[in-house]
Design a protein around this ligand. Structure first.
Ligand SMILES: [Zn+2]
Length: 378
């Protein structure tokens, strides 16, 4: 099947066919994938226990060339502050984080349109995901990471055979290093490439199917750049347009108060990025200073009638320990969802009678050293 998808630049309105590997517009703006045909319940291949059961709704032409069984993660109900909450265990992906949804779909698209060596920058999880899928596809891969990235994530990248470039300084400095890379390698950035969001949209499909073809009332997602928020927005929008759902869930972007770009814009009532002063946070996976699609994420949150929850640093560790005692072993970034749940239940924004999803984005083994310190076992 030929790829007829198109990219639109929200800055200069140029449209491109998605049939060759590009990651941004000639004007420097980011690209968004045009609306897809969506998915109906009869289009699902129920025999496939991975996100490729939704292949009919994805802008990828043929069968996937590389898959590690990503997607179709467990949805388990546990009691949280007296409310039944459904936890979506994206931590149980092949590389231990939600990134595999986006990586698998992005990489299969890139293989389809023709790509050679690839590189990208990452705080850790996206890098280990891309390195792993590149290894599975037989592609050469180089990952730029902060020198301070959790050791387990760097080890995971190296174990996949990718070249690791540790960069001192801020997260932004790591991005600059990747952007300055030369030598014919393609910048396969999970933060820039539109097909990463095409992959994360399967989270919406999957929640809808696992809830018996119903949309939940609320979804809480730890948010750095916002690819899960944008994927959920895209997926539920497609389901609504196909008549599969009649109401959309409220989306809540969960951030660490110490580094909260979306919270800064939300509080200011702004439609786009608002400068703020970032501070260190234990939630390294969402310590994003300058998201690529700030306006789109804010619009998705407003459109869903959800919002942004900024979690105080002191509440992240206790939430992680409380999740652990429910059998949910997650990294500090994912534990922000637990702290946000408590906040929204306490102030009545969400009720115990509603269907609420907390997305647990990354596995505890990703940050065992840091969790050991929280437990007094350093
Ligand atoms: Zn442009």
């Amino acid at each position: 099947m030929p790829n007829t998808a198109t990219y639109d630049c929200p800055v200069c309105s140029t449209t491109y066919p998605a049939a060759r590997p590009i990651w941004r517009c000639a004007c420097g703006g980011h690209l968004n994938l045009g609306p897809g045909p969506g998915l109906g319940r009869d289009d699902i291949n129920g025999a496939d226990a991975s996100l490729w059961r939704y292949r009919a709704g994805l802008a990828v032409g043929g069968m996937p060339r590389v898959s590690l069984g990503e997607g179709w993660t467990p949805l388990v109900t546990r009691d949280w502050d007296g409310a039944p909450v459904r936890f979506k265990l994206e931590s149980q992906m092949p590389t231990g984080s939600f990134k595999d949804r986006g990586t698998a779909v992005m990489l299969n698209h890139l293989l389809e349109v023709g790509v050679g060596p690839i590189h990208e920058d990452s705080s850790g999880n996206a890098g280990s995901s891309l390195a792993t899928y590149a290894a599975a596809a037989g592609l050469r891969c180089r990952i730029y990471v902060p020198a301070t990235a959790p050791r387990a994530k760097i080890v995971q990248i190296a174990a996949a055979g990718a070249e690791v470039r540790a960069i001192a300084g801020s997260r932004q400095a790591v991005t600059e290093a990747a952007l300055a890379a030369t030598g014919g390698s393609f910048y396969a950035s999970h933060n820039w490439h539109p097909f990463f969001i095409e992959g994360t949209k399967t989270l919406a499909y999957e929640l809808w199917e696992q809830l018996g073809f119903q949309a939940p009332d609320n979804i809480l997602v730890p948010t750095g750049y916002g690819s899960n928020i944008l994927g959920l927005d895209r997926g539920f929008d497609e389901l609504a347009r196909r008549g599969e759902i009649t109401r959309r869930p409220r989306l809540f972007a969960v951030q660490a108060e110490n580094c909260a770009a979306f919270a800064a814009a939300w509080v200011a009532g702004a439609a786009d990025y608002v400068p703020f002063v970032p501070q260190a946070t234990v939630a390294d996976g969402i310590a994003t200073v300058k998201p690529v699609r700030t306006a789109e994420v804010l619009m998705a949150l407003r459109h869903s009638q959800g919002g942004v929850v900024a979690v105080p640093e002191a509440e992240i560790g206790p939430a992680l320990i409380a999740l652990g005692r429910l059998g949910l072993f997650v990294e500090p970034t994912a534990a922000t969802a637990g702290a946000a749940l408590s906040q929204l239940l306490r102030d009545g924004t969400i009720g115990p009678d509603q269907t609420t999803i907390a997305v647990l984005t990354g596995h505890g083994l990703k940050a065992a050293d840091k969790i050991g310190e929280l437990l007094g076992r350093s």
